[in-house]
Design a protein around this ligand. Structure first.
Ligand code: ADP
Ligand code: ZN
Ligand code: ZN
Length: 658
């Protein structure tokens, strides 16, 4: 009997592939059913071996796809990712597969659709491109092969319109287009604008869709029935037939990084994909990441600018509001309330940004200073008014609200500080006749809730919008004329390596939601640090100037993007297990002169779900050096007894440093 031998990636936490045999000739990228340690599982064919292995192998139980679901180029990307992030290759395959195909189900391949005539009205009657947009579009049409570029477009400069035109350009050549957005909250807006132009042959792909919806989009993209996919990070390898270009909107956004399981950056993966598929990739932002700006400086990326708002209005300047002597009502200063009242009086909308959900972030005993904390995590419990519960934002546990202090039995307990819910309730009372709309994780949980809220914002004239970063990103709310930023101070004084980059992006993005229809908008930043030099520099709203200065400092300090960082994170029910494990890594890293290891130290949230958390920061002069070290660590840890006592992972190119 003649057998073929295959390397199969199995979705388990082991980095190697496994060899199986089959009588069938199977193409790489095909899913197969296999037995692994007596369990039936899905495996992915990575490659066919040329020789019979010297060890004995078991037979593949079943071939699941009649044509490969991963193309060769995607397998290349996945292999690269598994190596770069030092992650289990089977899980990387799983991440980029719709959930339905991670199970043992057979699928028949669909015919590739014939090229359909595409019906876009290029000369859209209502919109004449500004001269900046025209120049930008002309340059974009010249991109060829792997050609990454940044569109630095101030907020409201009409980037979306440029995306629409370049999409049209590619569709007219029979190509398809992938558009990535950082947040689910941005898909409805982009979807609507693209639908208006291209009809409804657009696929939307994100985690809040049903498994069936996602599978459907994925398959239609693969067969060529859908030529435009708009999606969040998990769609970055969506197998669009004949992909022509990738557009990454709001490229700076931290939501592109996955925070659990396989921790990849979809922005970085999109660039790798473009490189391997030899196509252009557009990174658009009003607040580009330092990493992207460095690539422009290094002449690896081109840069095109949209420096004016499309309708001629100016982005608002930022007004620093010193609240040290102000009276605060639920966290809002009197001066802010006055400004809100004036704006509402003009029939306009107000946007209030606070990066904290729930009613109040602190429940405290005024006698002994006991603070309500999660039993399993060391994080403080947040009071949620509508649930009448104290909720842990780490593990979602909810607890009853004690009326007496558990430590001293005193009943003098109080709620300190405000979140979105408290501000909503306060403003509902204060401006009782005004429509108040809250947009955060809690108000958008139900299916369809987000769309309803966004519609509500667009259809109501006068209103107060309250929200977390979900509200601050990318939206086009024409009627907002005042922005109030309530709690930026934590970001301003944070010692984190990348805190300046984050806070400057946030402030500029919030201000970008304001005054989009006309020039009269303004943004108030409530702060206890009115003299802060960075706040003062950002006041005029010139992000690029600020960021390039910041980049210069990063260079002097050898901080990323001028060096590479990986944080090794370890959790265990016993703190000493973490410490022993991470110390062993630090020791082996310390032998390498080009690496610096800082730690191990307890993480800021030092306990979650009953487990202690520690981390070790590894910094190297280059990504190549760091990758070499990570490989060495991966290989070594397999043999250590310390490894068995912890759960650990690499957080490469981290966003949170603590
Ligand atoms: P950005 O994504 O850069 O923040 P948008 O694409 O949302 O900006 O555009 C901001 C607003 O300007 C939108 O309401 C859009 O319809 C409008 N707009 C875009 N381009 C033009 C143009 N050439 N002429 C008039 N209005 C435009
Ligand atoms: Zn007490
Ligand atoms: Zn908890």
């Amino acid at each position: 009997m003649k057998f073929f031998y295959y390397d199969i990636a199995v979705p388990i936490p082991i980095r190697e592939t496994f060899t199986y045999k089959s009588k069938d000739a199977i193409r790489r990228g095909t899913r197969v059913a296999i037995r692994f340690r007596n369990k039936k599982m899905v495996g992915y064919v990575v490659k066919r071996l040329t020789n019979k292995p010297s060890f004995s192998t078991i037979e593949i139980s079943e071939v699941l796809d009649d044509s490969p679901i991963f193309k060769s180029s995607h397998i290349e990307i996945i292999k690269w990712l598994a190596d770069y992030y030092q992650h289990h290759i089977g899980e990387v395959f799983d991440t980029f597969c719709p959930p339905s195909l991670r199970k043992i189900v057979k699928i028949a391949s669909k015919e590739i659709a014939l090229e359909s005539n595409h019906t876009f009205v290029t000369e859209d009657k209502n919109i004449k491109l500004t001269s900046e947009q025209s120049i930008c579009l002309k340059e974009l049409k010249k991109l060829k092969g792997f050609d990454p570029c940044l569109i630095y477009g101030v907020t409201g400069s009409g980037k979306t319109e440029v995306y629409i035109r370049i999409t049209d350009h590619y569709l007219s050549q029979g190509k398809s287009v992938l558009i990535l957005v950082p947040e689910i909250s941005l898909t409805p807006q982009l979807e609507e604008r693209f639908m208006n132009r291209f009809g409804n042959s657009i696929g939307i792909y994100h985690s809040k869709q049903t498994i069936k919806q996602r599978t459907d989009v994925w398959e239609k993209a693969r067969s060529g029935d859908i030529k435009i996919v708009i999606g969040t990070r998990s769609s970055v390898l969506c197998p669009l037939h004949n992909l022509g270009i990738i557009i990454v909107d709001e490229e700076h956004d931290q939501s592109y990084k996955q925070h659990e399981g396989f921790r990849f950056s979809a922005r970085d993966v999109s660039i790798k994909r473009a490189q391997i598929e030899k196509i252009p990739v557009i990174l658009g932002s009003a607040t580009p990441s330092l990493q992207t700006l460095k690539s422009v400086q290094d002449k690896k990326y081109k840069q095109f600018n949209l420096l004016k708002r499309a309708n001629g209005s100016q982005p608002p300047g930022l007004i620093i509001l010193d609240i040290n002597d102000s009276k605060l009502e639920s966290g809002i200063a009197e001066e802010s309330l006055d400004a809100i009242e004036i704006t509402l009086g003009k029939g306009k909308q107000v946007l209030i940004f606070i990066n904290r959900r729930g009613f109040s972030p602190l429940y405290e005993c005024n006698n002994c200073r006991w603070i309500a904390e999660c039993r399993k995590c060391d994080s403080r419990l947040v009071f949620h008014h509508n649930l009448n519960r104290l909720v842990c934002h780490r593990c979602d546990s909810a607890f009853g609200v004690p009326t007496k202090c558990p430590d001293c039995s005193c009943s003098d307990l109080s709620l300190q500080g405000s979140g979105t819910e408290r501000i909503e309730l306060f403003l509902k009372e204060y401006f009782s006749k005004t429509i108040i709309i809250r947009l955060d994780h809690d108000t958008t949980k139900k299916k369809g809730a987000l769309e309803k809220i966004l519609n509500n914002i667009h259809s109501s004239k006068t209103a107060i919008l309250i929200g977390t970063q979900m509200l601050a990103k990318g939206h086009d709310f024409p009627n907002v004329e005042l922005g109030v930023i309530l709690n930026s101070d934590a970001g301003i004084i944070s010692p984190d390596i990348n805190s300046l980059e984050k806070i400057s992006q946030l402030l500029i993005q919030v201000s970008g939601r304001v005054g989009r229809k006309n020039a009269k908008g303004k943004v108030l930043i409530q702060t206890r640090y009115p003299e802060d030099k960075n706040l003062r520099k950002l006041r005029n709203g010139d992000y690029l100037d600020f960021a390039l200065n910041n980049l210069k400092q990063k260079k002097e300090l050898h901080h990323p993007p001028f060096s590479a960082v990986c944080i090794v994170r370890s959790t265990s029910p016993l703190a000493k297990h973490n410490v022993n494990f991470l110390e062993k890594i630090a020791l082996s890293a310390g032998k390498d002169m080009s690496i610096s290891a800082i730690g191990p130290i307890p993480s800021i949230i030092s306990k979650t779900r009953g487990n202690y958390r520690h981390h070790l920061m590894l910094q190297a002069s280059s990504k190549v050096t760091l990758n070499r070290l990570l490989k060495k660590i991966t290989a070594a840890t397999v043999l250590w007894k310390e490894t068995k006592k912890v759960k650990w992972f690499f957080d490469l190119d981290p966003i949170d440093y603590n």
